[in-house]
Design a protein around this ligand. Structure first.
Ligand code: SAM
Length: 241
């Protein structure tokens, strides 16, 4: 499954943990292969984690969950969905073999595959996912992706992870374009480049988070909580509620 030239041996677990951490409901992958089972497994593990936490809410014998859990989070069902797109025509890619691996690992329940060019699949993706909470793009066509899908990335915290944009001129041009999107987003765009310094190629992942419409649930509680460090919100410890 791992094709070393694809350079995703450490990126795949990184994506796993990003999805475990941010718990997206809708995930899109363009460019299948080694990374695909990591994305699907993360969603499946999230489902199990949410169910376990929900069952502990309100249980006084589960103190490790009580002070940390924001109970409103569990009001909505968590039924995540992954859609993967690949042309399946690249002879160097492990994409065609992934379908069997997903099946063997029991991961097909959370995951749908579209065989085709991403530029022709926008309507299908919109129908299957609606807004995209997390997208992973591993092709040379990032600009085409942005043209077709940018408005589908959730403006309330949606994350776009793009493989290998640093260290070569075409990639840097795409990075400059992504930076220019800040103006369109009213300045509310977060961009982080993670460089793998030991690699000569396939050596970075860029994370872009759309926050134009993002409101953190904590910001709706102006007095903060007892978990906040003292003084951060101007209220002395002990008077928070
Ligand atoms: C770099 S490989 C993906 C590697 C994979 N993420 C991994 O970890 O092994 C790129 C894949 O993108 C697919 N691809 C490239 N351009 C595409 C496009 N415009 N639409 C759909 N698939 C595309 C290719 O078929 C190929 O399988």
């Amino acid at each position: 499954m791992l094709v070393p030239e694809m350079g995703t041996d450490s990126t795949a677990p990184l994506l796993y943990w990003l999805i475990r951490t941010t718990r997206p409901r809708t995930v899109l992958e363009v460019g299948m292969g080694y990374t695909t089972p990591f994305l699907a497994k993360a969603l499946q593990d999230n489902v199990e984690a949410v169910e376990a936490e929900r069952s502990l809410l309100g249980d006084p014998s589960a103190p490790e969950v009580q002070p940390l859990a924001y109970s409103g989070y569990y009001d909505e069902p968590y039924e995540p969905r992954l859609v993967c797109i690949d042309r399946m025509t690249d002879p160097t890619s492990s994409a065609p073999r992934v379908l069997d691996v997903l099946d063997e690992l029991g991961l097909t329940k959370v995951c749908g595959v579209i065989e085709g060019d991403m530029q022709d699949c926008g309507a299908q993706v919109r129908e299957q996912l609606g807004l995209i909470d997390f997208a992973w793009i591993d092709t040379w066509d990032t600009l085409a992706f942005l043209r077709e899908y940018w408005q589908m990335v959730n403006p309330a915290g949606g994350v776009l992870a793009v493989h290998y944009l640093m260290t070569y001129p075409q990639g840097r041009a795409i990075l400059a374009y992504i930076n220019s999107l800040r103006a369109v987003e009213g300045g509310r765009l977060e961009i982080t480049n993670l460089r793998e310094p030991h690699r000569v190629a396939q050596n970075s992942t860029t994370l872009i988070r759309r926050i134009r419409d993002y409101v953190d649930p904590e910001d709706l509680r102006p007095n903060g909580t007892l978990n906040d460090p003292p003084g951060v919100l101007g209220a002395p410890t002990g008077e928070l509620g």
